[in-house]
Design a protein around this ligand. Sequence first.
Ligand code: C2E
Ligand code: MG
Ligand code: MG
Ligand code: MG
Length: 277
Amino acid sequence: YEAKNSAKAVVEFTGELDTTTPLRIAVLSGLDQALSEGQLSVVYQPLMSTATGLTGGFEALVRWTHPEFGPLSPAEFIAIAEMGEGIRKITDFVVRQTLANLKVWRRIIPDLHIAVNISPRVLLDHHFPEIIEGMLKEFDLPGESIVMELTESTLLVDPVRAVEIINMLGEIGIKVEIDDYGTGYSSLAYIKSLPISALKIDRSFVADILTDETNQVIVSSTIKMAHTLGLQTVAEGVEDEATLMLLRKYGCDMIQGYYYAKPLPEKEVVGWLKRNV
Ligand code: C2E
Ligand code: MG
Ligand code: MG
Ligand code: MG
């Protein structure tokens, strides 16, 4: 019981990656079993058009309900899985689930797309575009049905190869967006040189936009500059209407956050679409 509670405490209350925690051991040794036993699932958070208030797409977010530790935070288990091959297995699972669902949900919205998060090790594999193309064929879906979210740090691991692969993804029709924009060190001059379609402005800038003037300037100028460069903008972490209104005033294109919806379990998505399209 104690081990259970302390592991859970680690999961919930520390942001650090202690390599000796029960969590690390559980992730590294338990992933295969978790996948085969259905402990992993994917939830879908709506991305809403700021102008119309209608659903423009979803972000797929992985969940792991561990039999011993309970729900694990993806922020933590992804970071551990990224140390090894586990991240490929997780990504494979998330993309397959997403494509299987898109097959069904596209009957309701024909041009629906879902964004998936892609880690450096996964993106930078030369075979990655081929693997994705194979999966799209398997499900008979166009590249346009998925979007890939990469962080600035992913690009900086190997900028040359990253551009090559993003271009290959583009040839399949897959759009790429920069996730958590503003938390890394890439300049807009660098971003401009990349074949990407949108910036997702990090929640840390959006959350206190009503009271923090510095973040107001950062967010409003990022939106302006992104538009000048022909990029769409998405704001993450919008939790109230006043924040939404301010972002609308700034011209932000899409909104993601608890104000509209928390990530939805798969079985709630069709109902959501029927109410919000
Ligand atoms: P992210 O890609 O930036 O995803 C957005 C996170 O913000 C999600 O947390 C989402 O639930 C949360 N969020 C959205 N709106 C709000 C809001 O209004 N308020 C607050 N407080 N939070 C909000 P989640 O699902 O815990 O995921 C955390 C991170 O884990 C993700 O950040 C992403 O970096 C990573 N992750 C999740 N699923 C995957 C995956 O399948 N593959 C990879 N590589 N990473 C993933
Ligand atoms: Mg993301
Ligand atoms: Mg994000
Ligand atoms: Mg984030």
